[in-house]
Ligand binder design. Structure first.
Ligand code: PEP
Length: 235
């Protein structure tokens, strides 16, 4: 199972380092059978740890160049970063990234062999229009994306569940992941208000291979509580 923490625009360089130290100590002691990833802000990037893959929340599809405010692969290489989030709804909706640009990023990072956590998710009005509309909307978010890319991880994150405290129901997650599984053989994560109190039921859903967690990952003890819920320590 994959546990991925998306800090978004939270944590500083110092607090990220302290977080990774604490999480590393937890993981070392517990030896969980989980793959753990942390996506801090770009200013707090640092090399991955033995038990933790550090990824970047966003990057520009170029090695380097005249792209003011962006970071490219040569900046990421300095930290040994080779995992990138692509297509998060906040970048699609708040920062105006088009499907065309997202597919361009995907193609560039895939060409370079990066591990890509690719996010899709429908807004509330689409969910309320019924499951067929949801499926159609989600598949459109895969336009231009190579579903067979071997370092692809897909995160299904309904927009209405992100940061709202209202996760999708297990039935909604099961049906959506089953739909995605028809064409995607790579790991499928669920994201959207995952927390210690609902991780066990969400993690038990068929075709949920892991979770992408925002708010409830910001405190390493809360992130750890979710791991404990999925793998209670042996006594
Ligand atoms: C996210 O934005 O990736 C996310 C899942 O956020 P939250 O857990 O806060 O809903």
């Amino acid at each position: 199972m994959i546990f991925a923490a998306n800090f978004k625009m939270n944590h500083t360089r110092a607090s990220t380092a302290a977080y990774l130290d604490r999480l590393e100590a937890i993981l070392k002691a517990a030896e969980y059978p989980f793959k753990v990833m942390v996506f801090p802000p770009a200013t707090a990037l640092q090399p991955s740890r033995e038990w933790i893959t550090v990824g970047v929340q966003n990057a520009y599809p170029a090695e380097s160049g005249a792209y003011t405010g962006e970071i490219g692969l040569s900046q990421l290489a300095e930290f040994g970063i080779d995992t990138v989030l692509v297509g998060h709804s906040e970048r699609r909706n708040l920062l105006g990234e088009s499907q065309e640009f997202i597919a361009e990023k995907f193609g560039y990072f895939a060409d370079k062999g990066l591990q890509i956590v690719y996010c899709v998710g429908e807004p509330l009005e689409v969910r309320e229009s019924g499951f067929e509309a949801v499926a159609e909307y989600l598949w459109e978010q895969f336009d231009g994306i190579d579903l067979d890319y071997e370092r692809l991880i897909v995160a299904y994150e309904p927009v209405w569940a992100i940061g709202t405290g209202r996760a999708a129901s297990v039935e909604e997650i099961a049906a959506t992941h089953a739909e995605l599984r028809r064409r995607i053989g790579r790991p499928l994560l669920y994201g959207g208000s995952v927390k210690p109190s609902n991780i066990a039921e969400i993690g038990a859903v068929t075709d949920v291979d892991g979770v992408l967690v925002g708010s409830a990952s910001l405190d390493p003890e809360s992130f750890h509580a979710m791991m404990i819920a999925m793998a209670p320590p042996q006594v």
